[in-house]
Design a binder for this molecule. Structure first.
Ligand SMILES: Cc1ncc(COP(=O)(O)O)c(C=O)c1O
Length: 367
């Protein structure tokens, strides 16, 4: 499936090359009120889902958040525990350790990097700095691009219209597809500023990243995150890579001490752990192939090719129904009904460990 720009996908457009499951997931879906109480805007509301489905966290598996199934690099806990006493001081206001670790990790000068409290914070600075009048989002996409753009008063433009700023994720979320260099150049040539969100790029391989292009293109901003690949969503660490001038402009919005002391320490540890990085990529690639093959073998799920740690899946029924049926069995998937450009038939599953992936396949085969 190619990249899409903001248009909705009609049911007719959906492929017809896989059979419909007989009962089509009807009957277990709770009342609308119940559904509204459940926040399905993002994956990863694990405890909320456990509570909703009345399942203890030990018996549930979260396929809704796309975090590295190997967890964080070995030794991070003891490394941080030994540095816990640092929280009695303010963190380094210049984030020097973070920037030097990132500079080495990416092989990019520190002056081209700006770190923040998760990539969400950086995305916010980008919009507040550039104040685009119009924003185009390459859909289906992370819902926050639209929210941030609308909050800053930008008009969201359609595929055929021009835009000041374009958001594209590489790999895409929830599709996991990579942006080809041709697509990258086309996008760059059709706007004033191109924002490439590489929150998941390490799963595909660093060689696919567009970070080095910022040295040639001052209209390009690459956003990266330590959340997904290094499994530290709770520490909050993200960064932008861009021209020195752009970094200086973005920095004006940075609040003092927005990266906490433990996240600063963790940076030095995680970005230098190349063994973890190679092992994670290899592990995820193997499990992604296994999961994709076994989902397809069920006969009623179509999976899309992915270079990330998740798979976009399509059924001929209602994925929200499937979400409820699997949720009752302790497997939490991410329905994609609220992604622009997708519809009720789509859902996303994270690639987990073999044992966990087997649980999902088993739960699905018993529906
Ligand atoms: C594509 C994408 N970009 C950015 C983020 C934000 O990540 P963080 O703020 O944790 O770095 C997410 C979170 O789900 C995401 O899916």
């Amino acid at each position: 499936m190619p990249y899409r720009h903001c248009e909705e996908q009609s049911d007719e457009a959906i492929s017809n090359d896989f059979p419909m499951k007989r009962d089509c997931f009807v009957g277990l879906r709770p009342s609308r009120n119940d559904e509204r109480a459940l926040d399905l805007g993002h994956g990863g509301n694990f405890l909320e889902l456990c509570d909703y489905f009345k399942i203890s966290p030990e018996k549930a598996i979260d396929f809704s958040a796309s975090i590295n199934p190997l967890g964080f690099p070995k030794g991070v806990e003891s490394f941080l525990a030994a540095r816990l006493s640092q929280i009695k001081h303010y963190p380094d206001i210049k984030n020097e350790k973070v920037l030097s670790s990132l500079s080495e990790y990416l092989n990019i000068p520190a002056g081209n990097i700006l770190a923040g409290n998760g990539s969400m914070e950086i995305l916010d600075w980008v919009l507040r700095t550039l104040k685009p009048e119009s924003v185009k989002i390459v859909n289906p996409a992370f819902s926050e691009y639209r929210r941030l753009a609308e909050n800053c008063g930008a008009k969201i433009t359609e595929a055929h219209e021009s835009a000041d700023l374009i958001f594209v994720a590489h790999p895409g979320n929830p599709m996991g597809n990579l942006l080809t260099s041709g697509e990258f150049k086309n996008l760059l040539n059709s706007c004033r500023w191109l924002v490439v969100d590489e929150a998941f790029v390490e799963f595909a391989g660093e060689e696919h990243s567009y970070v080095h292009e910022v040295l040639d293109f001052s209209r390009l901003i690459v956003i990266r995150s330590a959340t997904k690949f290094f499994s530290i969503p709770g520490l909050r660490l993200g960064y932008a890579v861009a021209s020195e001038e752009m970094i200086a402009s973005l920095r004006k919005f940075q609040l003092p001490w927005s990266i906490n002391s433990l996240a600063q320490e963790a940076a030095a540890y995680i970005f230098s752990d190349t063994q973890f990085q190679n092992q994670s990529r290899e592990f995820v690639a193997g499990e992604r192939a296994w999961l994709s093959q076994n989902l397809a073998l069920l006969g009623w799920i179509k999976t899309y090719p992915s270079s990330a740690n998740y798979l976009l899946c399509e059924i001929k029924g209602d994925a929200l129904e499937l979400f409820h049926q699997l949720g009752a069995k302790g497997c939490f998937i991410r329905p994609c009904h609220n992604f622009a450009g997708l519809g009720a038939r789509f859902f996303r599953v994270a690639v987990r460990t073999r044992k966990e992936n087997e649980c999902l396949i088993e739960a699905m085969s018993k529906l």
